[in-house]
Write a protein that binds this ligand. Structure first.
Ligand code: NOJ
Length: 749
């Protein structure tokens, strides 16, 4: 512990005060500058600052404006762009903006969701790592690369809680748990925004989609959300608040309506909660076309009505709806929109442009030399490989056939994804126009082949396609399996089967892939299944019969190397599922932190007159927090320093974890709490802590958790954040369904 004498302490306090004052003064200067600029702007130029269009790269939504962007930029009618890629292209557009009357620089936004040129695992996969530092590093690297390419602003992190794997965008978030999701949201914002905005390796984060988009009914994208206030505050809003606490510069609203009001037109969400109660000082961008979509929603008569609803609600920037550009002027002229409302939105955007330093040098992010150097850093690839290995979840290893020996073995590597290349990037990856991705991505075939030791042989057969009914490749696949010591099958979705607008009503393994696994299993050879997907899939037969299963999600540029690291034991898996895997679509929504109900059913039975199904148990195929290791861990000696706490007291619990296996490895120890009786019913358990611990074979270590009032708090019956006195159950385990140690304590006041 660092101990300071009183002189040092005074110095530190003075330095801190100076730092705070400097920051304050800097913010004040920026505000003054924004204010002075605002005074010089015409209404049309102000509306320009609220207008964003897609550039020449792949459109990420239906394009509505068919005119010439150059003219609009030169005329001061466009303040921001998205989908303009690369230092040269962003510079070229910025040069046009510098020909406008007031020379207000453009903002360039981009969906930098999981990496830029170096692609990291999809966010859901990264969440499985439960490694907040690695997640922050991944966002940091993505920001460093993107910022060198002229990007000022990423449309990430997506912090929508998702309990419905039919929804294609489940791949883009952190899964089902609000508490874990909040930690990850915080880490991602810190990663993207780095030390401070204004540094040339920092990009503004966008927290999206505000709010409750993850609860789209029936898992259908863009669908309605009908949700209680309690559910909204307790489950869906906390990650947004955490991202805001991390300093997120911008928010994006959402396509869905929430209880009948489209999010883009919701004054409650944007003005009352975000800008009011939470005091958010950044700006809100609409989702792509979401302002205009208030017309088909039936909330606005026409685009003019939509513009009116959106500006009143607090949507500051219109992405691709054309509604502000076409209608705000007349709405102001007709006195329907007060000029102060327009000024508030413009001010919020200008301040960010000042903060980014764009008025000092509009090209400071568009530096082709820096771009070249940054985008080819071996350290980035190494981090992507590390993150990818940390994201792979070992679902089964019985009998223990993993890790495989790399020497003296014949391995049949079979399946439609073995030699796939771009699929490994998953949805929402940035594919730069001038990069040959076939050379930049390590395929699974390449990764495994490069790892083979002496005397080993790799056989290949595709077996079948991802989709479709063709079984004519089965014969060749079975023949390869028969010659091998072990069969590794790589199956799953194609990358394009998850992501935006990729909802699936049936989430089984597509096509005849599970039949292929059956045919290979019939050879009697040991079978390892790799499942590549952007969501939890249902694969009950495989779960029962395959000997080993690795859930690989989409792992990015280094997929093949990371898979080889895990298959051959260079990396001992320690990832955990951030979302429950159902046994059948009929169980959805399925999540671990449900209420008990008045007629609880034990997880694996179907008792009469209980809250279950008559044709299936309630439990998921794989629960939240589940994941195996090549080692075994035992938990013992739970100790707690007190039985009762009051006020701001803290309770410390400790336990011992031992590695009883033969390999060194990490165990992810999870702490769950349950408030037994409260003014509103509480979930059967809630994650409130996790610790990763590295143990050598035979090693035992003690670890502890500290529980404070904050972890016991919830939104009470008046929706106030509070802890209520009473008994709490404390559960420590290896997953939400594998509780190894239990105790209880009391909060007395
Ligand atoms: C629509 C998506 O919902 C949003 O997440 C994304 O940032 C925008 N398109 C821009 O591509």
């Amino acid at each position: 512990m660092l101990v300071l004498d009183s002189k040092q302490a005074r110095h530190c306090a003075a330095a801190l005060l100076l730092f705070t004052l400097t920051l304050g003064a800097k913010a004040q200067t920026l505000q003054d500058k924004a204010e002075r600029l605002l005074q010089q702007m015409t209404v049309e130029e102000k509306i320009g600052q609220l207008t964003q269009y897609s550039g020449d790269w792949r459109a990420t939504g239906p394009v509505t404006f068919k005119g010439n962007h150059e003219e609009g930029i030169r005329g001061g009618q466009i303040g921001a762009m998205l989908n303009v890629l690369g230092a040269n292209s962003t510079r070229a557009y910025q040069q046009i903006a510098m020909q406008s009357r007031l020379k207000i620089p453009l903002l360039f936004g981009q969906d930098v969701i999981h990496g830029y040129k170096t692609t990291f695992p999809i966010p859901l996969a990264e969440a499985a790592s439960f490694d907040l530092e690695a997640i922050e590093r991944s966002a940091r690297i993505a920001a460093t690369e993107a910022a060198a390419s002229g990007v000022h602003w990423t449309f990430a992190p997506m912090v929508d809680i998702a309990r419905d794997p039919r929804w294609g965008r489940v791949m883009e978030g952190a899964g089902e748990d609000s508490w874990l999701g909040s930690k990850i949201a915080y880490a991602r914002v810190k990663g993207f925004q780095g030390r401070q905005l204004g540094d040339t390796d920092a990009v503004m984060a966008t927290v999206k989609h505000f709010a409750a988009y993850g609860a789209a009914a029936a898992g259908r994208d863009y669908n309605s959300v009908d949700m209680s206030e309690r559910m909204l505050w307790e489950t869906y809003l906390p990650p947004f608040k955490a991202a805001l606490d991390a300093g997120a510069a911008t928010f994006m609203n959402a396509f869905n309506d929430l209880n009948g009001i489209p999010a883009s037109g919701s004054q409650y969400l944007q003005r009352e909660i975000l800008k009011g109660r939470w005091g958010f000082s950044g700006f809100v961008v609409s989702d792509w076309g979401s302002i205009g979509e208030m017309v088909p929603h039936g909330y606005a008569k026409d685009a003019r009505g939509a513009a009116l609803a959106a500006i009143k609600a607090g949507s500051d920037m219109d992405m691709e709806s054309n509604a502000y550009r076409n209608h705000l002027g007349s709405l102001i002229a007709d006195g329907l929109v007060p000029a102060t409302l327009l000024d508030d939105a413009v001010r919020r955007i200008l301040r960010k442009k000042f903060e980014l330093g764009l008025f000092d040098d509009p090209y400071r992010f568009s530096d082709a030399k820096r771009e070249l150097a940054m985008l080819n850093q071996p350290a980035h690839r190494q981090a992507a490989r590390d993150m990818a290995a940390k994201s792979i979840v070992l679902l089964k290893n019985k009998p223990r056939i993993l890790p495989l020996s790399a020497s003296g073995k014949t391995i049949a590597f079979i399946g439609p994804l073995v030699k796939a290349v771009e699929d490994n990037l998953g949805a929402w990856s940035v594919k730069l126009p001038d990069v040959d991705y076939s050379k930049f991505i390590v395929s699974q075939w390449e990764g495994v082949k490069n790892r083979l030791g002496p005397g080993s042989k790799l056989l290949y057969a595709k077996g079948c396609d991802i989709e479709g009914e063709r079984r004519d490749g089965f014969k060749e696949a079975v023949a390869a399996a028969l010659q091998a010591d072990v069969v590794v099958v790589s199956v799953g979705e194609s990358a394009g089967m998850s992501g935006e607008a990729k909802s699936r009503a049936r989430i089984g393994l597509p096509g005849v892939q599970e039949e292929l696994i059956k045919a290979l299993h019939a050879t009697g050879k040991p079978i390892v299944v790799l499942i590549n997907a952007g969501r939890p899939l249902i694969f009950n037969w495989t779960a029962e019969h395959a000997h080993a299963i690795l859930y690989t999600w989409w792992l990015g540029s280094e997929a093949g190397n990371a898979i080889a690291d895990v298959l051959f034991g260079a990396h001992n898996p320690s990832a955990r599922l951030p979302i429950s895997f159902p046994r059948a679509e009929g169980q959805i929504p399925i999540y671990y932190n449900h209420f008990n109900t008045g007629r609880p059913v034990s997880a694996d039975t179907q008792d009469a007159f209980k809250s279950g199904y008559i044709d299936l148990q309630n439990s998921p195929q794989y629960p939240f927090g589940f994941g195996l290791s090549y080692s075994d861990f035992e938990y013992a000696d739970l100790k707690q320093d007190r039985q009762k706490i009051a006020g701001q007291d803290k309770l410390t619990v400790s336990l011992k974890v031992s590695n009883t296996g033969r390999l060194a490895g990490d165990e992810l120890v999870q702490l769950y709490l349950r408030d037994r009786v409260a003014s509103v019913v509480r979930p059967v358990k809630e994650l409130r802590g996790f610790r990763r611990i590295h143990l050598q074979p035979g090693q035992t270590r003690e670890l502890s958790f500290v529980i404070d009032r904050e972890q016991l708090s919830f939104f009470n019956e008046r929706l106030q954040w509070a802890a209520e006195p009473g008994e709490f159950d404390l559960m420590i385990g290896a997953s939400s369904a594998d509780i190894r140690l239990r105790s209880s304590f009391e909060l007395t006041e």
